[in-house]
Design a protein around this ligand. Structure first.
Ligand code: TXA
Ligand code: MG
Length: 339
């Protein structure tokens, strides 16, 4: 049975204690963070962490992020905390930024997918922070079945996990909508492993130039340091096609594709920053922030409305747009049409 814990109207410490007890008993609790919902378990309890992998259908070599609520917890998980981590934590924690650091032995290999490094972040959502404080550091991947779009609403988590986990805390819609930025600080040069909710430009402002792992940009994908990159990701059931290129040509290209697929009797959905005629349409909003917040919801929603093809408007690859385009291209299996 799955308990739905309603905290849409704010934190209720009694309910937090119930959820914290589940975590300490080795059970699975989905909870909101400022990025997306996480599927949480006690990070140091091997059995509990194994259950996360089972529930998601996640390959055992794809490591999890450990969520903490106090900077001092970092020293219990990482054997070394370089100065870049201190500087960045000072600026951006709690927030949508994850560090990959050398692992302390206490952290089970199950949690790190067998790696000698550990990923850690301090989320800023008050429910996440309270839950961690009332329990223990929590390992939590995004709370979606492996390969599906990440959840930004409790309803998404219910769709994927109702009946399979102990509890789902409903904290309403997540504010940022794309997952945290992941940066590897375990080798000489800081390296971006996943663009995310904290723009790369912000990170570089604090620690200077950051390398971008080659797998971030391409589908060239079997790299020990970027284990999460080699799997199918963010995919709805419909085939996604991303239209990129010069803005003034993108509109015409999307309209052309809608006509083409409709003439083949496909039900066509469009997700974009302006209005379009199609069988189904999802407005992503106009600002970078809105597009990021709506992205996963749009993919899930168009799927629910039963379209065969989703045509998605590409956005500029700066700020949050870097994370958005990374997710969109993956969702499309790199099926990109240039306008
Ligand atoms: O915003 C987020 O990060 C959300 C919320 C719930 O906090 N979590 C999340 O977790 O997105 P997940 O498991 O869906 O993505 C974690 C990413 C994966 O790409 C994984 O491969 C990478 O972090 N990762 C974790 N540990 C790593 C490690 N030791 N080395 C390299 N990459 C690692
Ligand atoms: Mg995920």
């Amino acid at each position: 049975m799955t308990v739905i814990i309603n905290m849409r109207d704010g934190i209720d410490e009694r309910k937090i204690r119930v959820a914290a007890r589940f975590i300490l008993e080795g059970k699975l609790v989905a909870f909101p963070t400022e990025t997306v919902y996480g599927l949480g378990a006690d990070a140091l309890n091997e059995e509990a962490v194994r259950r996360i992998f089972e529930a998601k259908g996640r390959p055992a070599d794809n490591p999890l992020i450990i969520h903490i609520a106090d900077f001092s917890d970092l020293k219990k998980l990482a054997s070394e905390v370089p100065k870049e981590a201190k500087l960045l934590a000072e600026e951006f924690w709690p927030g949508p930024l994850t560090f990959v650091l050398p692992r302390k032995e206490e952290v089970p290999l199950v949690t790190t997918g067998g790696l000698d490094t550990v990923a850690v972040r301090m989320p800023s959502h008050p429910i996440a922070l309270s839950l961690i404080r009332a329990s223990t550091p929590i390992a939590a991947p995004s709370a979606n079945i492996s390969g599906k779009p990440s959840p930004t609403l409790a309803e998404h988590v219910i769709d994927d996990f109702y009946g399979k986990i102990e509890a789902i805390i409903d904290g309403g819609e997540t504010r940022i909508g794309v997952e945290s930025t992941v940066i590897d600080l375990s080798s000489e040069k800081p390296t971006l492993l996943r663009p995310g909710g904290l723009p790369l430009e912000e990170i570089e402002r604090v620690i200077g130039p950051v390398e971008i792992h080659p797998a971030v940009r391409g589908k060239l994908i079997d790299v020990a340091r970027a284990p999460g990159m080699k799997y199918r990701h963010y995919s709805p059931n419909a085939q996604v096609i991303v239209v990129e290129g010069r803005r003034e040509r993108v509109r015409a290209k999307i309209e052309e594709l809608v006509r083409e697929y409709r003439s083949k009797s496909y039900r066509v959905g469009v997700m974009a920053t302006e209005e379009f005629e199609a069988d189904e349409f999802f407005h992503l909003g106009r600002s970078e922030e809105e597009v990021a917040r709506n992205l996963f919801k749009a993919l899930r929603e168009l799927d629910r409305r039963g379209v065969d093809v989703i045509i998605a408007e590409g956005v500029e690859e700066k700020g949050l747009g870097f994370a958005v385009m990374n997710r969109l291209r993956k969702a499309a299996g790199y099926r990109i049409v240039w306008a």
